[in-house]
Design a protein around this ligand. Structure first.
Ligand SMILES: [Zn+2]
Length: 237
């Protein structure tokens, strides 16, 4: 969304609130252009381009839109991302309040609470897209590459999280360049988490029906760019 589009949206929202519009009317105004998985992918791509090119629309927004949001939320995508402080999901995709439903956990690994959160987003919030997003320099993925001895020295819960990343790092091609090797490890972890998500009933059914898509992403800290892994051969482990 450009700045003038954002202003136009805010003006239309204000008018809608003044005429006593319903929650549905307001949701329709907000996401008229994000009604399918493809549109959701495009919205994230566009937002990321604005972000990394220094043209973010900064949609923190005014009091009117915030007021409209008291009535409910209508996010168009759910993102399973890492807790890393350098990966603020809404900023990276230049999305405002109410647009993204975000799960953040070290190493963007799927766990029970994360699954429940995504199921809620599919069944009750009508999202169109799930993105599992890894990132450059992920500490959790690095931890999974540590020696057994080092991993055993960590407390049980942290160890368990590392164990969920480990399978995705087995059989990686030998890459000499450290940065390229880490990128491959992170992306393979993303692919594995996408695979785990797709084994879950609610997610599998929603994807089979065409209601949602599950894709991957890799955020490069240095450039600010997100590479979305959309095609099936990019998502294969
Ligand atoms: Zn991370």
């Amino acid at each position: 969304m450009t700045k003038s589009e954002a202003h136009d949206l805010e003006r239309r929202l204000l008018n809608a609130i003044r005429r006593g519009a319903s929650m549905e009317d307001i949701a329709g105004l907000k996401h008229a252009d994000v009604g399918s998985p493809e549109a959701a992918i495009q919205a994230l791509r566009d937002g990321n381009v604005r972000f990394f090119s220094g043209h973010s629309s900064r949609p923190e927004l005014g009091a009117n839109e915030r007021r409209a949001q008291i009535m409910g939320q209508t996010p168009f995508a759910a993102i399973l991302a890492c807790s890393d402080s350098r990966v603020p999901v809404e900023l990276v995709f230049d999305q405002g309040f109410g647009n993204l439903f975000v799960v953040r956990v070290a190493g963007n690994v799927m766990g029970e609470s994360g699954l429940a959160t995504l199921e809620y987003a599919i069944l009750h919030l009508d999202i169109h897209l799930i993105v599992v997003m890894g990132h450059e320099g992920c500490g959790a993925v690095s931890a999974a590459l540590m020696s057994e001895e080092q991993i055993e020295a960590e407390p049980p819960a942290l160890r368990a999280l590392i164990r969920r990343i480990q399978p995705s790092l087995q059989g990686l091609p030998p890459i000499r360049d450290k940065k390229a090797r880490m990128r491959e490890a992170v992306i393979n972890n993303v692919r594995c988490q996408v695979g785990v998500l797709r084994e879950q009933d609610v997610i599998a059914r929603a994807e089979a029906s065409g209601k949602i898509r599950v894709i991957g992403g890799f955020y490069e800290i240095g450039s600010g760019a997100v590479d979305l892994l959309v095609e099936e051969d990019e998502l294969k482990v």
